[in-house]
Design a protein around this ligand. Structure first.
Ligand code: SF4
Length: 484
């Protein structure tokens, strides 16, 4: 299908609305020229706005004006996207539960309206008016805002989180879109050099933080799969963190252990010895055939063994990630996964919805994914997890959305009271400065007074991180000196 623009170029938002109804579809775009065949025509012409949709021999047209849009508090772009949304809703019979709210952080919208003194009812009415968001999702966003309120209120202006990236994995999962190197291919030989440079950057980051008068609040070692590297290299990195930072002042220290095929007792002992208070053991599914179809080289039994081993070693704050919508999964299979995890009783369960990005192996199998599982099934899986987790004492505490997510659904972190991960809340709400070390690490300086965020991103791939390290550090130093 082609999207044609006349008198405007609202490609990004228009495409986002189209993807709500036609997931995993690639669109073509034309400007000032109408294509033939199935198409959408978006016009902004001297104050007159219109959207026409031609598909399957049917035509629907919606018209408005700039004055009307402005009077209702919408830009022309928003008004046109709303028209398109309404037409597609009617033509397809699909009503996305988030409506035409396509942004990443819906809870930010709830928090912003609450900060204006609006009541729950007023917040719901406004978000429903602007985005047609359903009551179910508004309740979820509102519950999340309530749970994270305490964590946001404890923030001070000069606190920061430290993020350390270990971008290696044993093999690549089919749905993965991260910059993660498979150890089985070229990754293994890069690990020693990477560890060395990472330790250097950790030390330099501590100096940068001190120079800026920042106070460490949380630490997160993520990936990739941090436990994909050896216990010896994990120890080098965590030892460097202990030497360079006062970890006793950190309110939270997470190591995302990740895949069960990488977790060993030796690695968990190192993680514990160097002060991590929270780990992740991520099953994604507790159904072996689903794990196999997703390219995960471990079984559900291995996940359970790792979880029990971590408990034996004294980890009392464990997160487990699952994904709704994995190929070959079913509603029953997903419900089994959720129930199984509730039975294991971790402190934190994160429910993601499958997102298929272009860089994932699964993208080439989009048709297979579409046939394997429908958005409405995934919707029921996500609703089931929300209901079951909340009735089992887990409350939503952070929530975000991504483009190209099946059913346009969300990712939600649920935790038992008092176990909400501060780092996850702060990164999702962009509420705190993050200093990042490692390949693709994204440093964000958040000015809480103005809301301005300045960003610096390290080189993406381990080989360029190693080979261009000095140049990268020079740039990071300049960034830190020039921004607040
Ligand atoms: S474990 Fe995570 S980062 Fe690693 S390949 Fe799988 S999805 Fe990607």
């Amino acid at each position: 299908m082609t999207i044609c623009f006349f008198g405007c170029d609202y490609k990004y938002e228009t495409e986002a609305v189209m993807k709500l109804f036609f997931p995993l579809t690639l669109f073509e775009f034309s400007y000032e020229e109408e294509a033939e065949g199935d198409r959408v025509v978006v016009r902004s012409d001297e104050g007159r706005l219109s959207v026409s949709v031609y598909t399957d021999g049917k035509t629907e047209i919606s018209e408005g004006t700039h004055e009307k849009a402005e009077a209702e508090g919408f830009t022309d772009e928003q008004a046109l996207c709303r028209m398109l949304y309404r037409i597609l809703e009617g033509m397809t019979g699909v009503s996305p539960k988030w409506g035409c709210l396509t942004g990443i952080r819906p809870v930010k919208k709830v928090n912003a309206l609450a900060a204006e003194g609006k009541s729950k009812e007023e917040i719901f009415a406004e978000l429903n008016r602007r985005y047609y968001t359903s009551e179910e999702k508004l309740e979820l966003a509102y519950a999340t805002a309530i749970t994270q309120d305490k964590a946001l209120k404890r923030l001070s202006d000069n606190s920061y989180s430290l993020y350390i990236s270990i971008p290696f994995c044993p093999t690549r999962c089919a749905y993965c879109s991260f910059v993660s190197h498979s150890i089985q291919s070229s990754g293994a030989k890069l690990i020693p050099g990477y560890t060395e440079k990472l330790c250097e950057e950790i030390a330099l980051t501590a100096e940068m933080a001190e120079k800026k008068g920042l106070v460490l609040d949380t630490i997160y070692i993520g990936g990739g799969t941090p436990t994909a590297i050896s216990a010896e290299n994990i120890e080098k990195i965590m030892k460097k963190v202990s030497e360079c930072f006062d970890i006793s002042s950190a309110a939270e220290y997470t190591v995302e252990a990740g895949r069960a095929d990488t977790i060993t007792e030796e690695k968990l002992r190192v993680i514990k010895e160097y002060g991590a208070s929270r780990i992740s053991v991520n099953p994604q599914s507790m159904v072996d055939s689903v794990l196999e179809a997703a390219g995960r080289r471990h079984t559900a039994a291995q996940v359970e063994e790792c979880f029990n081993m971590a408990r034996r070693l004294g980890f009392d704050n464990i997160n487990m990630d699952v994904i709704a919508g994995l190929p070959t999964d079913t509603e029953e299979g997903f419900a089994y996964t959720i129930d199984k995890l509730i039975g294991l009783d971790p402190e934190d369960i994160t429910v993601h919805t499958l997102t298929v990005k272009r860089s994932a192996d699964l993208f080439a199998r989009s048709d297979e994914v579409k046939k394997s599982i429908s958005p409405s099934e995934v919707d029921r899986m996500v609703s089931y997890s929300c209901r079951r987790l909340m009735e089992s004492g887990y409350m939503p505490y952070y929530l975000y959305r991504q483009k190209n997510t099946v059913g346009n659904l969300e990712n939600v972190g649920y935790a038992k009271k008092g176990h909400e991960s501060l780092y996850n809340i702060y990164i999702m709400e962009e509420a705190q400065t993050i200093l990042a070390a490692g390949a693709s690490g994204s440093t964000k300086l958040v000015n809480r007074a103005t809301g301005k965020i300045n960003r610096h991103i390290n080189y993406k791939y381990p080989y360029e991180y190693i080979s261009r390290f000095d140049m990268m550090i020079d740039k990071k130093n300049t960034f830190m000196n020039e921004n607040t």
